[in-house]
Design a protein. Structure first.
Length: 177
C-alpha cells in the first residue's frame, strides 16, 4: 500500500472522528502504516472506545486496527463507584434490576441474574459500557427458560437443574427423594 493511500485513509478516519458527537471533543490521534490503523488518545467510557472502533472499521482499505485508546476518568474511581455508575446507566436505559445486577472488580463489570430475552441482556451490557470507569463487561446473566420447557421436565429434572448436580448418588438413581 502506498504512503499516499495511507495518508488518505488517515485523513478519512480523522474527519469521521472530528464530526462524530461524543468523539470529536477528545484528542484522538490516528496513524496509518501499510493499511494498519493505530489509534491513540483517551475517552471516558468503554462505550466510546467501542464506538470509535466501530466507526473506524467502516473505512475502506484498512487491514487492521490497533485500538490503543485508553479509558480515563477525572481522577480515581473505585469499584463501588463504578458499580453505582452502572446502576445509574441501568436506570437511564430501562434495565430491570430485579432481573440483572452488576458488580465491579478492577474496572471489569460482571453482570449477574436472569433475563427473559437476549435483547434484555444486550441492553444491560450496552448500558454498563456507558458508565465511567468500566474497562470491560462480562455477562454471567442466564436466559430464563420459557414456562413450556419447564412444564415438560420431570420433578427429578427440575430438582437437578436447580441444584446444579453434576452427578447423582447411585442409591437415589431410581428411588424417590
Amino acid at each position: 500500500m502506498s504512503k499516499y493511500r495511507d495518508k488518505e485513509i488517515q485523513q478519512d478516519i480523522q474527519a469521521l472522528i472530528d464530526r462524530t458527537d461524543g468523539l470529536k471533543d477528545y484528542s484522538i490521534k490516528t496513524l496509518v502504516q501499510n493499511g494498519e490503523v493505530h489509534l491513540t488518545g483517551m475517552v471516558d467510557t468503554l462505550h466510546e472506545r467501542r464506538q470509535l472502533h466501530e466507526l473506524v472499521s467502516r473505512v475502506k482499505g484498512i487491514k487492521s486496527i490497533e485500538n490503543g485508546v485508553t479509558i480515563s476518568t477525572d481522577g480515581q474511581i473505585n469499584d463501588s463507584e463504578v458499580t453505582a455508575e452502572v446502576y445509574e446507566e441501568f436506570a437511564n436505559n430501562d434495565v430491570d434490576v430485579k432481573h440483572i445486577g452488576a458488580e465491579s472488580r478492577g474496572g471489569t463489570v460482571y453482570l449477574v441474574g436472569h433475563a427473559d430475552s437476549q435483547e434484555e441482556i444486550d441492553n444491560a451490557i450496552e448500558a454498563a459500557t456507558r458508565a465511567r470507569g468500566v474497562r470491560d463487561v462480562k455477562s454471567q446473566v442466564k436466559l430464563t427458560e420459557p414456562e413450556e420447557a419447564i412444564a415438560d421436565l420431570s420433578l427429578k429434572e427440575i430438582f437437578h437443574s436447580q441444584v446444579n448436580n453434576d452427578h447423582e448418588d447411585p442409591h437415589l438413581k431410581d428411588g424417590l427423594y
